[in-house]
Design a protein around this ligand. Structure first.
Ligand code: HEC
Ligand code: HEC
Length: 342
């Protein structure tokens, strides 16, 4: 009898704290964060689906010649960006026009791509799959290849109870994996949770950050999800107008999505075209390089003045945004077992 009571209590506790496997929280929402923008009711998260999305993310089967996977350009150890190249390198050594952004906290994003061309995460994978310079494939052909694979048919059966793979399922499971990429455990977060303290230099850097940067790179996600012109000299190679490509409005010329600065120390090179190799160059841009075009953000019209010491402090603060537990989370890495165990 006593034993039964113990079991009942343990079960109740498990339900209350959400630790039963079915209630497992795959996309944690930290306490002081806004609500995610992604509507999970249209794509209920399960363990099998996440694993499937993760396998697809790392599988070069998604490209025309089986040479390029999503992870070729989005590497887990750099917060899912590509540090070897200024702009992306895809299939047949073709070169794109933009720098691969980090993939993290995507459940909170309202638009995707540097110009916001994609409005829903579930549509995102279509872009690289169909892009001639990236994967040069079609979703229809990807689905055919998956239906011809015993491994994937089995996995889709476990996930959906049906072994016929559809394009919608492919896109939804890929979203599920990407939604689980939550970075919320950097030193910054630990300081906010009163588990650690900033050094003197980091504290000074944080003050400077709040003063000069946080209006666009807004805490706690370090982006305001908006589009801004941060004063980059227009590039002469790609002639990338940014947001205007989507809206065709003159006032959006040279506006780009404000990127999150979480894990920024490892997501170099910086900006939509990877023009700056390191954070020193980025700060030099904000203090000395602002290009005054008609659409320059009003927030950057007044020059930002930083001493060498200020810059060091600001960089110390930016480094507190590096989340080692995210970068080295084995649940985000290549799922070796998926490909070998069955
Ligand atoms: C050849 C390199 C390359 C490959 C392969 C690639 N990407 Fe990307 N990814 C990029 C680049 C470059 C951008 C930014 C493009 C733009 O802004 O126009 C991007 C943007 C994104 C974004 C938007 C992020 C944001 O915050 O705006 C997501 C999500 C994404 N990719 C997921 C994927 C997935 C899923 C795959 C595989 C199906 C994939 N990528 C394959 C280079 C690549
Ligand atoms: C007016 C809004 C605004 C302000 C203020 C601002 N930024 Fe930015 N920041 C942006 C935009 C927009 C981009 C992307 C621009 C692009 O690539 O074309 C960006 C890009 C960056 C990047 C590159 C990130 C990456 O992944 O490529 C870093 C680093 C950065 N900003 C740091 C800072 C710092 C530090 C400050 C304060 C000194 C600051 N920003 C102030 C809007 C702003």
């Amino acid at each position: 009898m006593k034993k039964l009571l113990y079991i009942a209590v343990i079960c109740l506790l498990a339900v209350a704290f959400g630790t039963l496997p079915d209630d497992e929280v795959y996309v944690p929402v930290p306490k002081n964060w806004p609500k995610p923008a992604y509507d999970f009711s249209g794509n209920p998260i399960t363990k099998e689906k996440i694993l499937l999305g993760r396998a697809l993310f790392y599988d070069p089967l998604l490209s025309a010649d089986g040479s390029v996977s999503c992870a070729s350009c989005h590497s887990p150890y750099n917060a899912f960006t590509h540090t070897d190249h200024k702009v992306s390198h895809g299939i047949y050594d073709r070169i794109g026009t933009r720098n691969a952004p980090a993939l993290q906290n995507l459940a909170w994003s309202t638009t995707f791509m540097w110009d916001g061309a994609v409005h829903h995460l579930d549509a995102q994978a279509l872009a690289p799959i169909h892009n001639k310079d990236e994967m040069d494939e079609t979703i229809t052909h990807v689905v055919q290849k998956l239906n011809a694979s015993q491994l994937y048919r089995g996995a889709f059966y476990r996930a959906y109870g049906d072994s016929i793979v559809t394009g919608t399922q492919v896109l939804k499971v890929m979203s599920q994996f990407m939604l689980t990429l939550v970075s919320q455990n950097a030193k910054y977060d630990k300081v906010m949770r009163s588990e650690q303290v900033f050094t003197e230099s980091e504290t000074k850097g944080y003050e400077l950050f709040k003063q000069h940067c946080a209006s666009c790179h807004k805490e706690p996600l370090f982006t305001n999800n908006g589009f801004e012109n941060n004063g980059l000299q227009p590039d002469s190679i790609y002639k990338d107008g940014g947001r205007i490509k989507v809206t065709h409005r003159e006032k959006d010329s040279l506006l780009f999505k404000v990127p999150s600065l979480r894990n920024v120390a490892v997501t170099y090179p910086y900006m939509h075209d990877g023009r700056f190799a390191n954070l020193q160059m980025v700060l030099f841009h904000y203090t000395n390089g602002i290009y005054k075009s008609t659409t320059l953000s009003p927030r950057l019209k007044k020059p930002i003045v930083l001493s060498e010491n200020d810059k060091r402090n600001l960089i110390s603060f930016l480094k507190t945004l590096t989340d080692e537990s995210f970068l080295h989370n084995k649940d985000n890495a290549y799922p070796k077992d998926f490909f070998t165990e069955r």
